[in-house]
Structures are given as C-alpha cells and as structure tokens.
Write a protein that binds this ligand. Structure first.
Ligand SMILES: C[S@@+](CC[C@H](N)C(=O)[O-])C[C@H]1O[C@@H](n2cnc3c(N)ncnc32)[C@H](O)[C@@H]1O
Length: 212
C-alpha cells in the first residue's frame, strides 16, 4: 500500500481563506445547499473520504431542515474521523454517522446507499486512472434515483477532467455544474445528476485506493 500524505497537515490549507482549498470549500457548500433544496423529505447523504467533514457539516449546521438528513461520512484516518465526529456532535447533528473505515471497499458502504447526495470530493486526484474509471462506473450503485453527486479533481499534474465528465455521462449522469479555478492546484468541481435507475451495491469489490 502506498504511503499517504499527512492528511492532518493537509487540512491546514483551509486556514487560509484565499487558498484553492478554501475556494473549493465555498463551491462545494454552494452546491450542497442547492442539492439539499432539490431533494426534499428524508434523505441520505454519503460522503466518501470525508476528511473532517467540514464541507457537509457546516452546511447542515446552518440549515433548519438538517433533521431530515441521515449522513454517513467515511474517513480512514482515525484522528481525522474523530475530528468529524466531534464536529457533528458540537453542531448537534444527530443524524450523522462517521465510519472510520476504507471507503474504497464496497462492503463498508452497506446500509449507507442508495443516497440522494453523494460526495466524492478530494479523491480523484489521488487515485490511478484505472481506479478513477472504476469508481465512476460504480457510482450508480451508490445513488438513489435523481441523486446529486459532487466530485472534484485538481488539474495541475494531469488534467483528466474531460474523461471524468465523459465517464459520468456514460454511467447515466448529466452535468449540473462544473467550475474551475486557474491558480495553484487548478482545482475543479462538478455536480452531476443521476438519470439511471437504482442498482444494487455489489459487495466484495474494491473501487479505489489512494496512491499518495
Ligand atoms: C484530499 S482529503 C479530502 C477530504 C475532504 N473530502 C475534503 O474535501 O475536505 C482526502 C481524505 O481521504 C482520506 N482517505 C484516504 N484514503 C482513504 C480511504 N481509502 N478511505 C477513506 N478515507 C480515505 C484521507 O485521510 C483524507 O482525510
């Protein structure tokens, strides 16, 4: 298994409001508010590789309708997962479960899908092209009918985003938003809407593994 970056340290980029990561955070949160408005009633949210969950948890904490949401955050790093749990508890968000397990293993997502909102933010720049394609092709197994799916990928090392957008379309998704910023890591964020029908989650499958 590849040695991963220090993701505790990585989160400190959020301290600078001018950073690419802070730009991404604001964009993710705007998309999330829109997605929550699009999906009324009791809904599920699945956040893969959630980090400390600030993007989603800050949005839920700011909304009066957070009680209708059951959110599952999946974060492998024990300390970061604990930070997400504390953040949820501090905001009084009782419908949030943080699983400290590998989000790339399908069995670890059982009971959390199909979800009306799926976050794949901060994943696609850290996995191989093979894993990237496989993850997108498996995305229909995570989505409820009409689900909103958020994804991100920086374009500073390699720009695969035309392929990413095409793979999503091939898998039954239509693009709702795509935003880019041309500084530093050249971040980009997309939101897709799932137009296919619900698929059962195949157990015993690996979707991806981080390579950095
Ligand atoms: C680039 S950060 C993104 C965090 C968060 N989504 C955000 O945008 O702020 C990637 C996160 O994924 C976690 N991670 C890496 N591999 C993972 C895996 N296989 N399963 C779950 N989490 C993983 C890391 O510990 C890190 O917190």
């Amino acid at each position: 298994m590849a040695e991963l970056r220090d993701y505790v340290e990585w989160h400190k980029q959020y301290d600078d409001p001018g950073s690419d990561l802070s730009w991404r955070l604001r964009t993710v949160q705007a998309y999330l508010h829109e997605a929550l408005d699009r999906h009324p009633g009791s809904i599920r949210i699945l956040d893969l590789c959630s980090g400390d969950g600030r993007d989603l948890l800050e949005v839920l904490a700011a909304r009066s309708d957070a009680r209708r949401v059951r959110a599952t955050l999946v974060e492998l790093h024990p300390k970061i997962a604990e930070q997400a749990r504390s953040r949820a508890a501090g905001a009084g968000l009782h419908g949030v479960e943080v699983r400290g397990v590998d989000a790339g293993v399908s069995d670890n997502l059982l009971g959390a899908v199909p979800a009306e909102i799926v976050l794949m933010v901060g994943i696609f720049g850290n996995i191989s092209d093979t894993d990237l394609e496989r993850t997108i092709k498996t995305a229909p197994q995570l989505c409820a009918e009409g689900a909103s799916l958020l994804w991100s990928r920086g374009r500073d090392r390699t720009d695969r985003n035309d392929r990413v957008r095409a793979w999503f379309e091939e898998a039954g998704f239509a693009e709702v938003h795509y935003d880019e910023r041309d500084t530093g890591s050249r971040p980009a964020l997309g939101m897709m809407r799932f137009g296919g029908s619900v698929q059962a989650l195949e157990t015993g499958k690996r979707l991806f593994a981080f390579d950095r």
